[in-house]
Design a protein around this ligand. Sequence first.
Ligand SMILES: [Zn+2]
Length: 441
Amino acid sequence: MMGHPDLLGAAMAVGRLGRRDAIQLQVHQDGQLRRLLAHAYQHVPYYRRLFDQHRLHPRHIRGTADLGLIPVTCKRELLEAPEQDRLAQGLDPAGLLTVRTSGCSGEPFTIRRSWLEDKVQYVLRLRAFRSMGIHSRDLVAAVGAVKPPDSADSKVVGRALNRLGYYRKQVVDGFQRPEVIAERLTALQPDVLVGLPGMLDRLTEPSLAHALRGVRPRRIIVGGEVLTPAMRSRISARFRASVLETYGSHEFPLLAFECRHSGHLHVSDGVILEVLHEGRPARLGERGEVVVTNLHAFAMPFIRYRLGDLATRGAWCMCGAPFSTVGGVHGRMVDYFPLPDGRMLHPYEIVRRLVWGPNEWIRQYQLVQERRDRIVLHLAATVPPGDDAIAAISRSVRPLLGTEVEFDVRLVGEIPLEISGKLRPSRSLVHSEYDAVTADV
Ligand SMILES: [Zn+2]
C-alpha cells in the first residue's frame, strides 16, 4: 500500500511488545518514529513545510530523544491547512475511513485512517483490554453513543471475532432513560461494563438500586471523559466492581490505560506522549500539556500534536511493565443538563445534530446551560453562516428540549478558554460534576 511503510509489520510487533522490556520498546519506537517522519516529510505537504521552515530534516531525528527539535502543532494550525495538505499524497480520501468528530475540545474535525491503520488501533485496544483483565470470552456491554450506520464500516474483524464468541460486545444506547438502560443491562448480564463515566454515573441514582441489583459485571472500564473520584466511587459501589480508566481521543483512540496493579495510567506504546511544562518536558510529578505523536498514523499523520489536555508526568510503572505513566489527566468534561421536566439531557444529543449536518463552517462551539430553562449555543465560524443555517440549527434542536426551555444561538468571534487552558464544549451553570475538580487547576 502506498505510503504505508511496513504498517502490518508494526501491527504485529505491537502484539508482541507487551512482553518486551523498556529498552526494546524504546528501540522499536525510535525506528517507528524515523519511518513516520521520513514518510511525512516525503508525502505530507503540511509536515514538509513545517520541517523546511525550521530547517529540519528527518535525518536530524534519530529517535524519541530528539523529538523536541520538531515544532509542536496545534489543532488550529492543522485545521487551517487545506485537507489535501494534511493527507499523504496519492491517497484517495474516498478510500479512507472517516471520523467526523464533535471535537473533544469543541472544534469539529475530520480524521481519516486507512483500513489497516484502523486494525492496528483495534489490536492496541484489545491488548490494553487484556491487560485490564478482560478475557476473550467475556460479554462486554458498552453504554454510549450508538453510531449511525456507516458505509465505510471498519468493524469487519470485530464482527468476525464476535461470531466466534470472542470479545462479544453489545452497545447500549446511553442517551436512553436510565431505567431503560438498567433493564437492558439486566437482560444482557455483561461480564464487563464499558462506558462514558457521566453515563454510568447516572445509573448510580438510589432509585435504580433495585432495578440494577442483578447486574454484576466483573469489571468496569470508563473513558472518553474525565472521571472524578466521586464518580469512580459511586460507580464502583453501585456495581460492586472495580473501575478502571482509559484515556483516548478521536485523533488517538488509545493514549493510556489504567494499570490494575498500581492504578497509574500506562501510556500506550502506539504513541509517544509528552507532557510539556512551559514548552519543556515536565519533570516527574509536574503538570503540563499533553503533546502526542501517533506512531501508526501514516494516511493523516499527527506529529507532536497538542491535544489541549493537561496531565501529570509519571515514572515507569511499579508493576514492571515497560510503559511510562501519566496521571491526573484533565481532558474532556461534559456536563449533563438538568431540564425543567426532570430529564438529564446529554449535550451530545444537541452536538450530534450540528456536526453530522451540513455545518462544516463551525470552527468552535460551546453549549452553555445558563438556567434550567435556558440553553445557549455559542458558535465561532470559519465563514459567516447565513441566517437560514442558524435557523436550521434551532429547528433541529428545539424539539429535543421541550417547550419550557429557551434555546438561543449566538455567533461569537472566539470562545474563551477555561483557566486550565482548555475549552469546555458543554457547561452547565445549574449543575456541574466537574466544578470541584476544576477549582484547583
Ligand atoms: Zn503498571
